[in-house]
Design a protein around this ligand. Structure first.
Ligand SMILES: Nc1ncnc2c1ncn2[C@@H]1O[C@H](COP(=O)(O)OP(=O)(O)OP(=O)(O)O)[C@@H](O)[C@H]1O
Ligand SMILES: [Mg+2]
Length: 471
């Protein structure tokens, strides 16, 4: 293995990068280096950080300040609103996307009947609110799921003679029962509870407390599509240690919103795509990965966005308990043409990375000589890389001497700051320079932006009496 400077051309960067690192190997320093370079060239980034503390936020701001990019920083921190800009993940996407996004909160487990009920109800609500064309929030949603008054408000305000109105009316009628005292038709609390109970419980984490102040603005400071187009530097602090479940759910919702933004960019003309390549650093990727993310890798490539997930072990990508599978792992591995590993501690990952290193050379080096793989074109998925994407008459000789190009122990013997890169150009050992952060004496000069008020659904204010917050 040679040791040299590593230079990734832009077209390779948009082929994504998989990072793998056990704790303490120098991952944070490496990420700082990547961010530093991205800031220097005027590029934008989203950094989802699994370690949520004041120091990491202050480090991120210090780095940006060092490179005159302080005003480009936006921070999303659902754990502490005083250290967060505002962000509302329910503004982008059509009713179907929104429904899927919110349904992420109750995962794929549980009773499928109740799931489908909740999903239908949510579809009806999202549909009609989207049709009304006004922004809404988690707080609004949680009030709608528990308040007859709020539901009736939608019936009154929504434009009639629309498909969405008809759907919503049908959903609403199903909730009705006869009031034994008055004989009037009223919403059955029991039916409402059956439909939305689970979801309401999960939603409440975003509709109250610190998260409420961060996530419920109608004109928030952070919009992912604009952030990407304007090369902003978005730092997402996940409270992974203190509130693992909420953090994981939030990351999923965030990525679902990102997927919508990427989808919109993908079909945009080239001059609206980010330039230079936008970076998404996804720390602790395995803990919020979901099968629906696999296509994001393909979409991101054509939107000129580099996804850079970090995992701790190779097997975490196929963790069944997290709803992942070998198929998912293969898609991620196949869709990340660059791999970078820091010191690994589990023997299984060392083995697998060693195999991948051998594979990388076999697959890329021996064919790229004669074939010149088209990085920028074509629909290359996991299977495409390996098999179908080669023209006739291409020599695909695979030589076995490449097999031990990086031995398993090479991965476990890496020192702090050392890494092994593998990609189309081969396998290289790298040494990451130490990044000095500008000091700010622990003080945080927080970037805030005054956003003009935008009216929204605001049922949370109007029908507050019976809301998820119980107040
Ligand atoms: N390239 C480097 N050269 C010298 N020292 C380094 C280098 N990279 C990291 N270090 C030092 O090693 C320690 C661990 O580094 P770092 O915080 O980047 O690791 P990590 O993998 O992010 O750890 P964790 O899993 O705890 O987040 C730090 O004290 C850091 O100063
Ligand atoms: Mg770290």
């Amino acid at each position: 293995m040679s040791q040299s400077e590593l230079f990734l051309p832009a077209n390779l960067l948009s082929m994504h990068c998989l990072g793998i690192a056990a704790t303490g190997g120098g991952k944070s320093n490496f990420l700082n280096l990547v961010l530093k370079q991205q800031m220097m060239r005027g590029g934008g980034a989203i950094h989802i950080d699994g370690k949520n503390n004041k120091t990491s936020i202050s480090d991120f701001l210090a780095l940006a300040k060092q490179h005159n990019r302080w005003h480009d920083v936006r921070i999303i921190n659902i754990d502490e609103s005083s250290l967060s800009n505002t962000y509302n993940p329910l503004l982008r996407g059509d009713a179907e996307e929104l429904t899927t996004r919110i349904m992420l909160l109750i995962g794929s487990g549980g009773d499928s009947f109740f799931r489908s009920q909740a999903s239908k109800g949510l579809g009806a609500i999202s549909g009609i609110v989207k049709r009304m064309g006004i922004p809404f929030s988690f707080a609004d949603l949680s009030v709608l799921m528990g308040s007859e008054g709020a539901l009736r408000y939608l019936l009154r305000e929504a434009p009639k003679d629309t498909r969405e109105y008809a759907d919503f009316k049908m959903f609403f009628d199903q909730l009705l029962e006869t009031d034994r005292r008055t004989g009037a038709m009223i919403v059955s609390e029991k039916k409402l509870q059956h439909t939305f109970g689970d979801l309401l419980g999960r939603l409440s984490a975003y509709a109250r407390g610190q998260a409420r102040d961060v996530l419920n603005a109608y004109n928030p400071e952070v919009d992912l599509l604009e952030a990407i187009q304007q090369n902003l530097l978005v730092y997402v602090a996940l409270p992974m240690l203190s509130k693992a479940e909420v953090a994981t759910d939030f990351a999923k919702i965030f990525l679902s919103d990102l997927r919508t933004a990427v989808g919109q960019l993908q079909s945009a003309p080239n001059d609206e795509k980010p330039n230079p390549t936008f970076l998404c650093l996804l720390d602790e990727f395995s803990s919020y990965a979901m099968p629906t993310l696999a296509p994001l890798f393909e979409q991101a490539r054509s939107a000129n966005i580099c996804l850079f997930p970090f995992i701790q072990t190779v097997s975490s990508l196929s963790d069944k308990e997290r709803g992942l599978s070998l198929d998912f792992a293969q898609k991620i591995i196949g869709n990340t043409w660059n791999k970078i590993s820091f010191v690994l501690k589990d023997p299984e990952s060392c083995e697998q990375m060693s195999k991948m290193a051998g594979q990388t050379l076999k697959e890329f080096v021996s064919t790229s000589v004669s074939e010149n793989i088209g990085f920028a074109s074509g629909d290359i998925d996991a299977s495409g890389v390996r098999t179908s994407n080669r023209g006739k008459g291409v020599s695909t000789s695979t030589r076995t001497e490449y097999d031990a190009v990086a031995r398993p122990e090479d991965f476990s013997n890496l020192k702090v700051g050392e890494g092994i890169y593998m990609g189309p150009s081969g396998v290289t050992k790298i040494k990451v320079p130490y990044v000095k952060l500008g000091s700010n004496n622990g003080e945080i000069d927080f970037p805030r932006f005054r956003m003009p008020p935008v009216p929204g659904l605001a049922v949370a204010e109007k029908y507050h009496m019976f809301s998820a917050t119980g107040s």
